[in-house]
Design a protein around this ligand. Structure first.
Ligand code: CTP
Ligand code: CA
Length: 224
């Protein structure tokens, strides 16, 4: 395998990728989740393996299967994902945070199944830790950090704001406005912004092709 991998651009590089949704438990049988399929993160992981990288994939609940040679860590909640990311990040050269992490989680998790009543019911939520921002805070100069931005309005403005606030080297703007892009689909329409705010736009493509575009841009920036 070593020989086959010779000449690959990311040989010897450690890449950390997160994928999928997180599930935030309400009680033993219910959770708050989102429609993320994990497809984008898995496509990125496969592409990074193909480029010769040593890949760790931290994933929330997903139906996706891992085929490539990589280390897979399964997590459920945003808090679990934070712990796993904090553990792996210091050793990582390139980190891509493509998971759709819950922004809020129930303040308390009921130990027994909550029974229905005649009255209305509400759940109190607290904010989760922003994993990407936490990684951006502790990032060293020799580490490359990539985030995603999922927007439905004023997308470029919000994406650039996230790029700057979270101390990223690259942000992938995911446009949900376009048909066939985003959650649940096999295609995505992305725009990239590097830390100098240079913009690169792409056509709507399969997530496998999108993963290739993102990895090519990362290679361009780190080998510069
Ligand atoms: N993210 C994270 N931890 C969170 C929330 C988000 O690491 N608790 C990461 C996502 O993985 C993504 C980036 O932050 O790479 C942007 O996520 P997004 O939901 O688009 O932005 P938010 O900063 O959460 O802001 P908002 O949802 O209000 O747009
Ligand atoms: Ca969010």
């Amino acid at each position: 395998i070593k020989e086959i991998k010779q000449g690959l651009p990311l040989l010897g590089k450690k890449v950390l990728i997160t994928a999928g949704p997180t599930y935030e438990a309400i009680d033993p049988v219910r959770f708050i989740g989102n429609h993320s399929s994990g497809k984008m993160g898995f496509a990125l992981a496969n592409e990074m393996v193909a480029l010769g990288a040593d890949v760790t994939l931290i994933t929330g609940p997903t139906a996706e299967k891992t085929t490539a040679e990589l280390q897979r860590i399964d997590v459920i909640s945003a808090a679990d994902m934070l712990t796993a990311c904090m553990d792996k990040f210091p050793q990582s050269d390139i980190t891509i945070m493509s998971a759709a992490v819950a922004d809020y989680t129930p303040t308390e998790v009921a130990t027994q199944k909550i029974k229905k009543k005649d009255s209305e019911f509400s759940i109190h939520l607290k904010k989760t830790t922003d994993i990407l921002a936490s990684l951006g805070n502790i990032k060293r100069d020799n580490q490359f950090l990539v985030g995603f931005a999922l927007e439905t309005e004023q997308e470029e403005m919000y994406a650039k704001e996230k790029l700057q606030k979270k101390n990223l080297d690259l942000i992938v703007l995911n446009s949900l406005n376009d048909k066939g892009a985003g959650f649940k689909t096999d295609t995505n329409k992305i725009t990239l912004f590097n830390s100098a705010f240079d913009k690169t736009s792409f056509e709507i493509k399969s997530k496998t092709e999108v993963a290739k575009d993102i990895c090519a841009e990362i290679l361009k920036l780190i080998l510069k």
